[in-house]
Ligand binder design. Structure first.
Ligand code: PD2
Ligand code: ZN
Length: 280
């Protein structure tokens, strides 16, 4: 049996930690001239150890989940292009509030680029697996495809690195606009396994395992993201974001969350949902 190569293993581990997928790294290694058997053995070893590392945050029976590296209790994480602040950390549910996640220019570009497609928000219909207008969410929304434009791609790459989760496992970025009075009643972001439409939805990349809601415009009043099970309220401050993960599609993850009504001004967010596997 061919064994793993130490240099290649080191490089693979670094790239996986930055959010690159095993598939794209395999292709790069082959292109650089590594022997296919060596690549296969080394990727298998790197992916195996990555799953073990990621699983340390998951509970028995749960999936591996995205997780920023907070092992040294850092006050910030330096990504390739931005120093992101760690503002608040909760262990269970895993919630991390990031400051300085997006620049003002990125927030404004995302709002501007979303305008042509903004329409009354739709949520996935659990019964049919299709989409429907939902009275529980009174915002307007649209989806970008992954890497649809350079700003979206830059933000998505930053998130992959920050959360140590493959870029390819992310759904397209969603932008939501909440006008005065608009809200998002408390819900879970995972797909309910008891619903008949879920089987179809999870064919594309598996379950959702984490969410990051990024604030693009600060309303003057209201619009907090709330976690009723733990009494947490995150203020929607432009450029910051709230991340939370759920290692199983179950209320015991305590990830019930909602957006309180905007009572003055207007709130914009961009939400990124992360799947277990590649979202095609
Ligand atoms: O905009 C929010 O605060 C919010 C709250 C709950 C967004 C989402 N959920 C979401 O996009 O899933
Ligand atoms: Zn949500």
């Amino acid at each position: 049996m061919t064994s793993a190569n130490t240099d290649l293993l080191k490089w693979l581990n670094e790239c996986l930690a930055r959010g690159h997928s095993a598939e794209s790294l395999t292709a790069s290694a082959l292109q650089s001239g590594w022997h296919a058997d060596v690549v296969r053995a080394t990727v298998a070893e790197a992916v195996g150890s990555e799953l073990v590392a990621n699983r340390s945050g998951a509970r028995a029976g749960g999936s591996a989940v995205p997780e920023p590296d907070l092992t040294q209790a850092p006050t910030f994480i330096q990504t390739a292009d931005r120093r992101v602040d760690i503002v608040t950390v909760v262990k269970h549910p895993r919630v991390v509030v990031f400051g300085n996640l997006l620049s003002d220019e990125e927030c404004e570009s995302l709002i501007e680029l979303s305008q042509p497609k903004l329409a009354r928000s739709q949520t996935v219909d659990n019964l049919t697996g299709g989409e429907e207008v939902n009275s529980a969410r009174t915002s307007d929304g649209m989806f970008f495809t992954r890497a649809e434009n350079p700003v979206v791609e830059r933000v998505e790459k930053r998130l992959a690195e920050l959360l140590k989760w493959p870029f390819e496992n992310g759904e397209g970025l969603q932008v939501l606009r909440y006008r005065m009075g608009a809200q998002y009643v408390p819900h879970y972001d995972y797909f309910d396994p008891a619903q008949p439409g879920t089987a179809k939805i999870v064919q594309r990349g598996g379950q959702r395992v984490a969410t990051i809601v990024m604030y693009l415009r600060t309303p003057e009043r209201g619009g907090a993201t709330i976690f009723p099970d733990i009494g947490l309220e995150v203020q929607p401050v432009k450029g910051s974001g709230v991340f939370f993960s759920y290692d199983r599609p179950h209320p015991d993850t305590k990830t019930l969350h909602g957006g309180t009504p905007v009572t003055l001004g207007e709130k914009y967010v961009a939400t990124k949902w992360l799947r277990e596997g590649e979202f095609i």
